[in-house]
Design a protein around this ligand. Structure first.
Ligand code: GTP
Ligand code: MG
Length: 188
């Protein structure tokens, strides 16, 4: 069974723990309990492959240099979370990305805007999140840990990015693309 290590990063209180708890099928908590560090294991089937996931929940970063380098060694992918109701948490993403580029030289990442259930409090537009994602070279997704919206998708996308980077051929859509190319070759 392939093992993949995924680290979740972002400012304080953006919902890193809440997203992981949802994925691990624990109930949502309204109470805020700051994380020091937690590691979770989960067997997860994705794209017909059973993965042994190690998920690292980190404490919120508030300034440059607070990313502990031990997270970055042997990590397959990073989920970068910000709060759609807090612009500073989006600004923090570029800082985290700079540190990651320095430490890992470009591991697969996914940018996630959380708390999209708070429609009235929201201050970051979809287009702004997407723009930051494009500037750091990754995909963008919005979710709500509270409403359990788009949580599994986060893990599907990051695993897809990791497997693409690994050059894995186990994805059905990669196979489809290959087939199409093959049949085009035959026609030519
Ligand atoms: N409305 C709403 N609240 C959320 C959502 N996700 C998390 N929260 C709340 O936001 C607060 C912080 O959530 P956490 O998951 O602890 O945030 P964190 O990023 O792990 O914080 P640190 O561990 O300190 O870095 C808690 O009170 C949660 O209940 C969401 O999707 N919607
Ligand atoms: Mg936490």
């Amino acid at each position: 069974m392939p093992s993949r290590k995924i680290v979740v990063l972002g400012s304080r209180g953006v919902g890193k723990t809440s997203i992981l708890r949802r994925f691990l099928t624990f109930p949502f908590q309204d109470e805020y309990i700051p994380t020091i560090e937690n590691t979770y294991q989960k067997n997860y089937k994705c794209f017909e492959v059973q993965f042994d996931l190690t998920l690292i929940d980190t404490r919120g970063q508030e300034k440059y240099g607070s990313l502990i380098t031990s997270y970055t060694g042997a990590t397959d992918g990073f989920i970068l979370i910000f709060n759609l109701c807090n612009r500073k948490s989006l600004e923090m993403i570029s800082i985290i990305n700079d540190e990651l580029q320095f430490e890992t030289g470009g591991a697969p990442m996914l940018l996630v805007g959380n708390k999209n259930d708070l429609k009235k409090e929201r201050v970051v537009k979809y287009s702004e999140g997407k723009e930051v994602a494009e500037s750091i070279g990754c995909k963008y997704l919005e979710c709500s840990a509270k409403e359990n919206e788009n949580i599994e998708q986060i893990f599907e996308i990051i695993l897809e990015e990791i497997e693409k980077r690994n050059g894995s051929l186990t994805f059905s859509h990669s196979k489809k693309t290959n087939k199409k190319q093959n049949s085009e070759c035959i026609i030519l």
